[in-house]
Design a binder for this molecule. Structure first.
Ligand code: 13P
Length: 274
């Protein structure tokens, strides 16, 4: 992933990181990336592994990356346990996130530092989170947003040696109940204090204008999950509603199409393609 983030920095764009949960999601995202000749990141969060087991999904994501015409990083999103991070690294993921955002700063630094050391043995990249992104990734308790403190970000990046930092600037996972108000002033301060590529989580519902402003202020990876899952479900429903008897193969194609349309739209925004 480091290579993709370095190229994105050079080209002043961001890489789209698309969450996947089945084969159709992988195929839809890869189809969009290949059509636009743009690298992407395929990712899966630890909370999603109960629906899409790591060994199965991970192998599929890795096979898609190996066979793709564009560069694709395979990333564990929101790793919550060091054991899961280890499993992903052993499987061949080229990048892992350890989410210690709910830990005290010192504990977050300590744990991420050890994850960075582990990942280096595999030549993999590490993302961490500082501050708290709102909502939640999966079911359960929704977290309140706590903006990243720029001074903490500077210290965190230096002490952990992390490759990418997820920031909290008013963004949240899931569909926003009202349009998000992003703290670009906070993002700008963080960007001034660290060269580390920044990651914007909670991409669903953020406007094109906001994305592009955030990219100008150092965001190099943007996470999209809910919009992909929602588009897949909508396209699948529309297909089933249009038929008296649904056909599996047509249903599968509709799912790919929904994810493809969503990924294509976002890649264009993140790559400044009009
Ligand atoms: P959304 O579900 O809001 O797109 O957020 C995705 C995300 O940040 C995954 O980590």
């Amino acid at each position: 992933m480091k290579k993709l983030l370095d190229e994105a920095r050079k080209n002043k764009i961001a890489v789209g990181a698309f969450s996947v949960g089945n084969m159709e999601m992988v195929m839809g995202a890869v189809k969009a990336a290949e059509e636009l000749k743009t690298p992407i990141i395929l990712q899966i969060a630890e909370v999603r592994l109960k629906n899409s087991p790591l060994e199965l999904m991970g192998s599929m994501m890795l096979a898609a990356a190996e066979n793709s015409k564009v560069d694709i990083a395979v990333h564990l999103d929101h790793g919550l346990r060091v054991e899961t991070v280890d499993k992903a690294l052993k499987l061949g993921f080229t990048s892992v996130m350890f989410d210690g955002s709910l830990l005290e700063l010192e504990d977050n630094i300590k744990t991420v530092k050890s994850v960075v050391a582990r990942a280096r043995e595999y030549g993999a990249t590490v993302e961490a989170e500082l501050g708290v992104v709102g909502g939640n990734e999966g079911e359960g308790k929704k977290h309140d947003i706590m903006c990243t403190r720029p001074a903490d970000a500077e210290r965190f990046c230096i002490e952990t040696g992390v490759d990418a930092l997820a920031v909290a600037i008013g963004n949240a996972h899931g569909n926003y109940p009202v349009s998000p108000v992003l703290r670009f002033d906070v993002l700008e301060e963080i960007h001034k204090k660290t060269d580390t590529p920044l990651v914007l989580h909670g991409g669903t519902g953020i406007s094109d204008e906001q994305f592009r402003k955030a990219i100008k202020l150092g965001v190099r990876k943007v996470n999209i999950a809910t919009a992909s899952f929602d588009r897949l479900a909508e396209y699948a429903k529309a297909y089933c509603d249009s038929k008296d008897k649904a056909n599996y193969f047509e249903l599968s194609a509709a799912e790919v199409q929904g994810v493809y349309e969503n990924a294509k739209k976002h890649i264009k925004v993140f790559s400044f393609i009009d």
